[in-house]
Design a protein around this ligand. Structure first.
Ligand code: PGA
Length: 321
């Protein structure tokens, strides 16, 4: 499916897919982009339509002018995306830790969405430090992870269950009843996805979701494709993700090909999102995500439409903005 954005609506081949835009018309200069959307994907709020290329240039200039002393609020025709750029991953983790601490202080029973991968490890160290220093009490939070490999049991060293307990949860004394990840060894994976989605909904949705980003633009295991995924689902991993994950396994045939992942819609409905990226290898995809078309070929690009997303980048990952 292909949707063109223009005027006051997303022009879709089937009227049921049209999402109306109720905000003021912004026709000048006409901005245009391609937007793909899955059937029934209904964001929780009305979508303000697209950004202007001019504004994005201004952001680039502003970033340079401020020598990466941020935050900078990007005003993309009514869309705000805050970008924090810091010198190195440690400083990025400190910003992320401070934002999570603020969330938990505001709401001790926060529902946090957590991520795996190399990127959030310094953040988890920082949370452990804050916890140890008595600066944040995480005893009442609930956590939901983005994804889990299909076929790996919770005690498998490469499972995301294992990762989370090792890197964060056991270090802050989390109660297992407050921790949630999809069960990769469920007999019926589709039913497991539905159960997980229902559990998130029953928890009242996610207050703050931590995200990394794949080199191919994936968030969770939502790989580039023709449509944005909807709810938690079973995902086939692309070759580039399999190659990226290979570093954690002894051989390529051990890398799972399938995973359970929150859908794009599930992620999108989080009230707040912190997307963290560090290192030069992420610079290009970050630029595509921020400046490029909103397309499921770059799944993270959908966050341009999210009302409360912060990007936390080191200088290297921000280099192409
Ligand atoms: P990374 O993975 O943090 O290991 O780069 C991020 C991701 O694939 O989402």
């Amino acid at each position: 499916m292909r949707f063109l954005v223009g005027g006051d609506a997303l022009i879709a081949p089937h009227s049921r897919d049209v999402i109306r835009y109720r905000g003021p018309m912004r026709a000048s200069p006409p901005t245009f982009s391609v937007f793909y959307i899955a059937n029934n994907f209904a964001p929780a709020y009305e979508i303000p339509i697209l950004h202007s290329a001019n504004k994005l240039c201004t952001i680039k200039e502003a970033l340079k002018r401020l020598f990466f002393e941020t935050p900078i609020t990007i005003d993309k025709e009514g869309i705000c995306m805050q970008i924090f750029v810091r010198d190195n991953p440690q400083q990025v983790a400190e910003v992320a830790g401070a934002l999570i601490r603020a969330q938990v202080l505001r709401k001790p029973q926060s529902v946090l969405g957590l991520a795996t991968g190399s990127t959030p490890i310094p953040l988890y160290d920082e949370l452990v430090r804050l916890h140890g220093a008595g600066q944040v009490d995480m005893s009442r939070i609930t956590t939901y992870n983005l994804d889990e490999y299909a076929g790996l049991a919770a005690d498998h060293p490469q499972s995301y269950h294992f990762f989370m307990w090792e890197k964060l949860l056991s270090r802050i004394g989390m109660n297992p009843s407050q921790v949630h990840l999809p069960n990769g060894t469920a007999k019926d994976l589709d039913a497991e996805c539905q159960r997980y989605e229902a559990q998130i909904e029953a928890a009242g949705g996610i207050d703050l979701q931590v995200l990394g980003i794949g080199h191919n633009g994936h968030i969770g295991f939502n790989e580039p494709g023709d449509v944005f995924s909807n709810r938690t689902c079973v995902a086939q991993l692309t070759e580039s993700t399999i190659q990226a994950n290979l570093r954690f396994f002894d051989s390529e045939d051990q890398v799972p090909r399938t995973a359970l992942t929150m859908g794009i819609r599930t992620i999108f409905q989080s009230r707040e999102i912190l997307l963290i990226a560090c290192g030069a290898a992420k610079a290009n995809i970050i630029a595509q995500m921020v400046h490029g078309a909103i397309t499921p070929q770059v799944p993270a690009s959908v966050l341009q439409l999210h009302p409360n997303t912060r990007l936390l980048l080191d200088k290297e990952a921000a280099a192409e903005l």
